[in-house]
Design a protein around this ligand. Structure first.
Ligand code: NDP
Length: 449
């Protein structure tokens, strides 16, 4: 769908002029603005108050040098980023990504999407994101620690429990969050919930590790039940990635009676017709930090194939992309549809290209966009912030029950918002609109700031 509204067209033109070298950011803004058309047409004050041109411009963008020393004594310099995108409804909140592909475009697309996702959770969290082009692969624990400490040496002055609360993302798990938290505490002499995804011994929340993957399945189950009178039970499922989101999506999918037959990493994918043995995957990925190919050496009958794109040629009922942005292109989407996929729910951020989304929507299957279906991680981070403020911890069951309710609520908010604006069943539009309405209303109330 192309934009037709003159106001949105002019905002888009400015975004392209200002951020021309940032394709991922432009892709994310384009998708979101397309959804806003009926809202902007129904509410002229959004244009009068310049809400959309304000929402596409980050409140603050920080870039900094991250020098660190490797085990051989050699000095390296990476580039660090933090975008503080929108604080209308709460402190900035969003993960930190460590991956060689990280650049300003990736950080801004993630920060922009995060604003609407956080709004959808119903919790008081604004949108932010950060990261670095540092590659954690193959680094020793001491090298990771020196990098994380150096990263925090600059970041600490921009964040705070009531200002900006970072968390994990690709390449950042409990180990990295621990190193960053330790350095923040050292530099500020304050023990606050300034990061989420912390270890349980120093303020972390039970169920945070599982939250994004579990939440994805809670959303999928509710969507299938309400829109198709169906469920995950008995379905064949393909999940890309084998990191935090993929592993816990796999765990909950299996608990709900689904059969997960494939997982991947950035080198290739494994196929196990008997169903993935998750204990083997956890040992390989969480304990040994090894490649997913090792699974095929350990599980007789499973097969490893080099190259990650091929995973989408495996016939399945449900596809859960949980690796990275733009991992399903138009061609892969067409193959999935030809092979009879019925549900696609995004665990990663923006894993489907615009062509892939159009293919899924034209095929009439159920499509859950990331900012709704993967919001369980940040929602549970919000619950971690609440527990830190109360100096109290809920049980795993309490957090998990709240997570489930939040995911069910997000589905209905997105579904209802789409229906309200004549786009029933279009959860892409519904998620964007529901997230936007709350932020816009807060921005209107706060005036031009
Ligand atoms: P992890 O670092 O734990 O795992 C990422 C997985 O994706 C790894 O298996 C990795 O393989 C694979 N991967 C990374 N880059 C590529 C690539 N270019 N092509 C193919 N595979 C790739 O990250 P998470 O599981 O935490 O995050 C996965 C996605 O989910 C990201 O899009 C993230 O933004 C999103 N997300 C994460 C949340 C969380 O709570 N963790 C919350 C919401 C969204 P390899 O080991 O080879 O790099």
């Amino acid at each position: 769908m192309a934009l037709t509204n003159q106001y949105l067209l002019s905002v888009m033109e400015t975004v392209k002029k200002r951020n021309g070298a940032e394709p991922e950011f432009i892709q994310a803004v384009t998708e979101v603005l397309e959804s806003f058309e009926p809202v902007v047409e129904a509410n002229p004050q959004l244009e009068a108050l310049g809400i959309v041109e304000r929402i596409v411009e980050p409140e603050r963008f920080i870039q900094f040098r991250v020098p660190w020393v490797d085990d051989a004594g050699k000095v390296h310099v990476n580039r660090g980023y933090r975008v503080q995108f929108n604080s209308a409804i709460g402190p900035y909140k969003g993960g930190i990504r460590l991956h060689p592909s990280v650049n300003a475009s990736i950080i801004k697309f993630l920060g922009f999407e995060q604003c609407f996702k956080n709004s959808l959770t119903g919790l008081p969290m604004g949108g932010g994101k950060g990261g670095s082009d540092f590659d954690p692969k193959g680094k020793s624990d001491m090298e990771i620690m020196r990098f994380c400490h150096s990263f925090m040496n600059e970041l600490y002055r921009h964040i705070g429990a009531d200002t900006d609360v970072p968390a994990g993302d690709i390449g950042v798990g409990a180990r990295e969050v621990g190193f960053m938290f330790g350095q923040y505490k050292k530099l500020t002499n304050q023990y606050t919930g300034v990061l989420t995804g912390k270890g349980l011994s120093y303020g972390g929340s039970l169920a945070r590790k599982e939250a994004t993957g579990y939440g994805l399945l809670y959303f999928t189950e509710e969507m299938m039940s309400c829109m198709k009178n169906d469920s995950v039970a008995g379905k064949t499922i393909v999940i890309s990635g084998s990191g935090n989101v993929a592993i816990y999506a796999c765990e909950k999918a299996q608990e709900l009676g689904g059969k997960v037959v494939a997982l991947s990493d950035s080198n290739g994918y494994i196929y196990d017709a008997e169903g993935i043995k998750l204990d083997v995957v956890k040992q390989i990925k969480e304990v040994e930090r090894a490649r997913i190919s090792v699974y095929a050496d350990r599980v007789p009958g499973s097969v490893y194939t080099v190259g990650c794109k091929g995973i989408w040629t495996i016939p399945c009922d449900i596809a859960l992309p949980c690796a990275t942005q733009n991992e399903i292109d138009g061609e892969s989407a067409a193959i999935l549809v030809k092979n009879g996929v019925q549900v696609v729910a995004e665990g990663a951020n923006m894993p489907s290209t615009p062509e892939a989304i159009a293919t899924f929507q034209n095929a009439g299957l159920l499509f859950a966009p990331a900012k709704a279906s993967n919001a369980g991680g940040v929602a549970t981070s919000g619950l971690e912030m609440s527990q830190n403020s109360m100096r109290y911890s809920w049980t795993f069951e309490e957090v998990d029950a709240k997570l489930k309710q939040i995911m069910i609520g997000i589905f209905h908010n997105a579904y209802d918002a789409a229906k309200k604006y004549g786009k029933e069943g279009d959860l892409v539009a519904g998620a964007n609109i529901a997230g936007f309405e709350k932020i816009a209303s807060a921005m209107i109330a706060q005036g031009v700031v």
